[in-house]
Design a protein around this ligand. Structure first.
Ligand code: ARG
Length: 568
């Protein structure tokens, strides 16, 4: 498709002393269509040209020319130069492209770039908490979008399945395993055992010693310890899988921290050879004080490695295996220091420079309840599986009231309920903490998942009234020249660039906002323009536009992980 913004930037650059790239950054989208499609703020030039922005706009407006009439009008408005895209050309471009690509509209061809996206990464034998839900949803969305844009994306689940706590859990299970119903209810029961043994360790040094011994044995491959640990891992994964199935989330690689246990010596050796390892009270550390990052422990004084060591081993392994261009860690902002440290130390691992540069912590904020922070003690922790099921049951209730005769009620309630939770996790600037409030999340109005689905279903019901879905060959571009049709068409035009914004900033809210805007503009279009009119040309053209909107909503939502219901 024609890149109108680039075209404008190119033309302006011929007439002013600024390069195209800078101009691209300055060009804005005016707040309303009446003002134009693109605006160049001339006060950016006022200082160098020593003229008033209005004067610059006036002069520049007379100079810029678009040979093929891509821009139909240019207006000076205060210090701004406003450009109006040729509507016919835009409409033709967008709908031709849509006709050619359909469900792949907005996608890009294969690129020779590998992007690793690490998300979810819960800890086995522990609760999958609401923070894990958030990384799972964000990571899966980013993964889908990278793929759609042609990148070789690899989804990785870096399971927390290693550490001295497993020595404790083994000891606890050895002592009291039969008292607990781990088989039936693995995670809560294992948690109870863990709490009990930890308490005992605090009182009894000998028990603690036994736990350490267990972990050592586990590392050395002792049959009994490995068997128990494998079982803890299996039952936990099975539990997590239930959540992944509900969300429709997949991974290309599930590798736990344990996978790196035999790769730590190598990391220590490399860092030692690089000369960055120092001894500190018996521990081996990389001192990052001069960068304000404290020290990064590589090996503790008792000889064990830590979370950071395993992360460094994972970086090396991933660089060797994938030679990645980017490796994104979708992890809560609380771990920000940890990632700053390991990314700094990664410079000494001898991996390609591009891999070091490609390491990126994609941070997200906390989820709170309207009543405050969640806490185990107050019983205000929400079980993720329960939360997802509750979303579905709540939607079922709403459907029973609104549309009791709905077909596929169960399937649709699942798509709406889960979709609502997913959308809610993606629609605010990720770094911000968010409040989880059922009424907002499940509302059919406002910036919500159900709203998007509602617009989709409306498009669908319009199209159901056609004998057959209107074809590209049936449309007349002239029927779509009014403001409200054009707003929808410029939304469609922007779809690909919005997706690119998402991956540039690793910020999913660009896409959620986009879908809301598309939904609102389609609603306005629908209210202003009757679709099912007698005039065949008009009817087919508006019908085709509805079909394009329906498809783009479906594509965009699917990228976020949200499926469309058949009815609402
Ligand atoms: N398992 C960790 C947790 O639940 C998150 C792991 C994040 N990923 C990483 N490579 N450190 O807190």
């Amino acid at each position: 498709m024609i890149n109108f913004k680039e075209l404008i930037a190119k033309e302006i650059s011929k007439n002013v002393d600024l390069d195209e790239k800078n101009i691209m950054e300055f060009i804005e989208i005016p707040p309303s269509k009446e003002m134009g499609d693109y605006a160049f703020p001339c006060f950016k030039l006022a200082k160098t040209l020593r003229k008033s922005p209005a004067q610059i706009a006036k002069e520049l407006g007379e100079k810029v020319k678009f040979e093929n009439n891509e821009i139909s009008d240019i207006k000076v408005e205060g210090g701004y130069l406003n450009f109006f895209v040729n509507r016919e050309l835009l409409t033709k471009e967008v709908l031709t492209d849509f006709n050619n690509s359909n469900e792949l509209y907005g996608s890009e061809s294969k690129k020779d770039k590998t992007i690793l996206v690490e998300y979810s990464s819960p800890n086995i034998a522990k609760n999958f908490h609401i923070g894990h839900l958030r990384t799972t949803i964000i990571g899966a969305a980013l993964y889908n979008i990278y793929k759609f844009l042609g990148y070789n994306a690899i989804g990785i689940n870096h399971l927390g399945d290693y550490g001295t706590q497993f020595g404790k859990l083994i000891e606890g299970y050895k002592r009291w395993g039969r008292e607990y119903n781990v088989e039936e209810n693995p995670i809560p029961e294992l948690t109870k055992i863990y709490v009990r043994i930890s308490d005992l360790c605090k009182e009894d040094e000998e028990v603690l010693e036994a736990c350490r011994e267990n972990f050592k044995k586990l590392e050395e491959g002792d049959e009994y310890c490995v068997k128990l640990w494998t079982w803890f891992r299996d039952v936990s994964l099975k539990e997590f899988q239930k959540i992944y199935d509900l969300l429709g989330v997949k991974f290309d690689s599930i590798k736990g921290e344990s996978f790196y246990s035999d790769k730590m010596d190598e990391i220590e050796n490399i860092l030692d050879k690089s000369g960055v390892l120092t001894d500190s009270q018996g521990a081996r550390v990389v001192n990052l004080e001069d960068k304000g990052l404290g020290v990064c422990i590589i090996r503790k004084s008792d000889g064990s490695t830590i979370y950071a060591t395993r992360d460094l081993a994972a970086i090396k392994y991933r660089a060797d295996t994938y030679n990645f261009d980017k490796c994104l860690y979708v992890v809560a902002y609380e771990q920000s220091l940890h990632f700053k440290q390991i990314f700094e130390v990664a410079k000494y691992l001898g991996i390609p420079e591009k891999c070091v540069k490609g390491l990126k912590h994609v941070q997200y904020g906390m989820t709170r309840l309207p009543s405050g922070k969640m806490s185990t003690r107050n019983g205000t922790v929400i079980e993720v599986k329960d939360l997802l099921h509750e979303a579905i049951t709540r939607i079922e209730k709403i459907i029973d009231e609104k549309n009791p005769d709905m077909k596929d009620k169960k399937e649709n309630a699942k798509k709406i309920g889960i979709g609502a939770v997913i959308f809610n996790n993606l629609c605010n600037t990720l770094i911000k903490d968010q409040i989880f409030d059922w009424d907002t999340v499940l509302s059919f109005q406002g910036e919500t998942g159900p709203y998007i689905q509602y617009v989709y279903v409306r498009c669908k019901s319009v199209l159901n009234k056609f004998e057959k879905i209107p074809q590209f060959s049936d449309i007349d571009f002239n029927c779509l020249m009014d403001d409200s049709s054009q707003k929808v068409i410029s939304n469609l035009y922007n779809f690909n660039s919005v997706l690119n914004n998402v991956i540039e900033k690793n910020e999913t809210s660009y896409l959620t906002h986009y879908l809301i805007e598309l939904g609102q503009n389609y609603t306005e279009f629908y209210n202003n323009n009757k679709v099912l009119v007698d005039d065949e040309n008009l009817k087919n053209s508006r019908g085709y536009l509805s079909y394009a909107v329906q498809t783009v909503i479906k594509i965009g939502a699917k990228l976020l992980g949200i499926d469309m219901p058949t009815e609402m």
